[in-house]
Design a protein around this ligand. Structure first.
Ligand SMILES: NC(=O)c1ccc[n+]([C@@H]2O[C@H](COP(=O)([O-])OP(=O)(O)OC[C@H]3O[C@@H](n4cnc5c(N)ncnc54)[C@H](OP(=O)(O)O)[C@@H]3O)[C@@H](O)[C@H]2O)c1
Length: 232
């Protein structure tokens, strides 16, 4: 299906230099969507994306940096993720406060759609992954902020809660989607998570949805649109 030109606005990708973020950028460019990335490291971003994307450098701890990054963007996709238990890359700083700051600045700048990679089990405070700086609970707190701010006044959100992330190409597996945080395990390719978020930009049925997703069997997929039909 030719979807070039389907989405007209510019999309800010945050966490773009990460493993999933790189796929978000790739899939946006695949559909001809203009991309700006927000990164702490211009050289790293330039090395990964070359001249094909705009780069704004800054820290997720700085509202002023985020304000510069979101200006003029109609959507934000966040693939941010913490990588340390304490300090500036901790779950509290990145997965909760960083995302909340991003949501606030996005709303202030008139952004219309906010997509994010969250995680399976974010509602389960007793899950062992929470031993890593309370990462699941921090993500859930950020999710709540997104749902509160982006489901009204012409704004929308899509929150994808994947299972364990794997590398590999998109559209190679059937997917299993669910709501209510009932899945305990499963894996999914980062590329499919990226694809789900990118198509959420233009699929009405993807708006204001929070859902879990893991791989089903290997089977080439023409697109992933149909998985949004399965959501309540
Ligand atoms: N791994 C899994 O199995 C799994 C399962 C479910 C959900 N998730 C979630 O999925 C998301 C993406 O995962 P991933 O493995 O693709 O992540 P990743 O490769 O670790 O990428 C994380 C991104 O966040 C950025 N980042 C980290 N700390 C930052 C800070 N203080 N300020 C600004 N940017 C910062 C990184 O920037 P740099 O490139 O500059 O470091 C990178 O771009 C994460 O939220 C993760 O928790 C992961």
């Amino acid at each position: 299906m030719n979807r070039e030109g389907l989405y007209k606005g510019k999309v800010l990708v945050v966490g773009a230099t990460g493993k999933s973020g790189q796929w978000v950028v790739k899939r946006l460019l695949h559909y001809g969507v203009p991309v700006r990335v927000f990164s702490r490291d211009r050289e790293k971003a330039q090395g990964l994306f070359g001249e094909g994307v705009e780069i704004v450098t800054g820290k997720i701890q700085s509202s002023a940096d985020i304000e510069r990054a979101v200006a003029g963007c109609s959507a934000v996709i966040s693939a941010l993720g913490s990588s340390a238990v304490t300090g500036e890359s901790s779950p509290g700083e990145v997965d909760r406060d960083g995302v909340i700051r991003l949501v606030d600045e996005a709303k202030r700048a008139g952004v219309k759609h906010f997509g994010i990679i969250s995680s399976l089990a974010v509602t389960k405070w007793y899950h062992p992954l929470n031993l890593f700086g309370g990462v699941l609970t921090k993500k859930w707190e950020a999710e709540e902020h997104i749902r509160a701010l982006f489901a009204n006044e012409g704004r929308s959100y899509t929150i994808v809660r994947p299972g364990g992330l794997k590398d590999g190409e998109p559209l190679l597996h059937k997917l299993h989607v669910d709501t209510g945080d009932r899945l305990w395990n499963g894996f999914i390719n980062r590329a499919d998570v990226a694809e789900l978020l990118v198509i959420s930009l233009w699929l009405e049925k993807a708006k204001n949805k929070t859902f879990e997703v893991v791989n089903d069997v290997e089977e080439p997929q023409a697109d992933l649109d149909k998985y949004y039909d399965a959501l309540p």
